[in-house]
Design a protein around this ligand. Sequence first.
Ligand code: GAR
Length: 212
Amino acid sequence: MTKARVLVLISGGGSNLQTLIDASRAAESAYDIVHVISNRPDAYGLQRAEQAGITARCLDHKAFKERSLFDAALAQMIDEVCPDLIVYAGFMRIMGADFVSRYEGRMINIHPSLLPNFPGLHTHTRALEAGVTIHGCTVHWVTAGVDEGAIIGQAGVLIKPGDTPDDLAARVLVQEHRLYPVCVQAVASGSAKLVDGRTMLDGKPGGIALLG
Ligand code: GAR
């Protein structure tokens, strides 16, 4: 089996990157992580990649005066690698429509809420403020609307009385680490596809659900 070549985009610690690296080493993995790019030079995820023997580079967004110039430079770096799949793993940049449409259907993100609830930032605080009792994380296709692309998979976390945002963040992160390798495997193997704005799982509309 030819493995899908995955490029991972990061901005920070890279704990999701690490779980994907670890999962990719299993014999049954449908993908190899071939390249990691960070938009921040101090991202610890760069070290994780290097320790795993994966080429890791930084493209510092601060070096660009305009968003569109950063987007174009990143697209050029990506196209040099020619990946089958682009995985955002804590990549905290909103990319322009040209960039997003170039990779539509082969670019995915993980977000720390049960979308469509709480797109954007501070998701755990907002979930507690809203009084929801179930929270979690979502893997979705990256499309032009921020955190709006079709859902590939979700993992749920029960909110307990007295939970703080940090408590929730820690429990959601554990679920992220379960969910992301499963979703990347599904996309890399061709089981999950974006068709007419919906996720098709083995040819049927649907997605992956994990309950914590
Ligand atoms: C994760 O919680 C991920 O869901 C979130 O950033 C964290 C990165 O952690 N991403 C977003 O909020 C994207 N909107 P990591 O660097 O340890 O994987």
